[in-house]
Design a protein around this ligand. Sequence first.
Ligand SMILES: C[S@@+](CC[C@H](N)C(=O)[O-])C[C@H]1O[C@@H](n2cnc3c(N)ncnc32)[C@H](O)[C@@H]1O
Length: 206
Amino acid sequence: MASVSAFLYDKYMARVENASLKKWREELFAGVKGDVLEIGAGTGASIDFYPSGDIRLIMAEPDEGMRNRLKQRLARSGRATFSVASGSAENIDAADESFDFVISSLVCCSVMDVGKALQEIKRVLKPGGRFIFIEHVAAEKGSAKRKWQERFNPLWVKVARNCHLNRETEQAISAAGFRIEEIKNDTMRSSNPLVRPAIRGVAVKC
Ligand SMILES: C[S@@+](CC[C@H](N)C(=O)[O-])C[C@H]1O[C@@H](n2cnc3c(N)ncnc32)[C@H](O)[C@@H]1O
């Protein structure tokens, strides 16, 4: 069952990847190097976008079905310095100040506790380390889209595995004490209209 839903996830996301996400990953991951952690790595949509060279990447994914597909994809990629781990973003199994980069794409919407996850990300980043994020987020407060997001959120959380339509992730990143170095608001084309408002960028551990 878990493998079926991971397979369906990839099928569903293929159009969104082609319309937006591949380009965003390409732009943001170009300078990634050193010791890197990707949280909620899913089935490995990011693998092909990491540059070659000096990069040791741990791809952590708590869901077994997603993780199995991730392992298969990683094996096909031949990236010998990449590895797969389990574990959640709220409880990262790594020492303080271990990573140069932490990557999150479409994960802050789904974690149980965003504040705790961001504190963990900060803990495991080296001083000056960078948190790269691609996240779908709440639409502007008071907008018609935001009202629909609020209305549908209780149902969406149940059918989309704890994915929230109304997370204010930029504010949460700032509240966690990161300095936002770069951020773009955009539309995640080809996705459900309530999931389209998106941010992507880089935050620095001060
Ligand atoms: C929408 S998918 C995104 C997957 C992948 N990052 C991508 O860009 O295709 C959300 C992922 O977050 C994972 N996830 C959910 N809760 C999590 C948590 N508390 N910590 C880490 N990952 C989590 C899910 O298992 C799922 O793989």
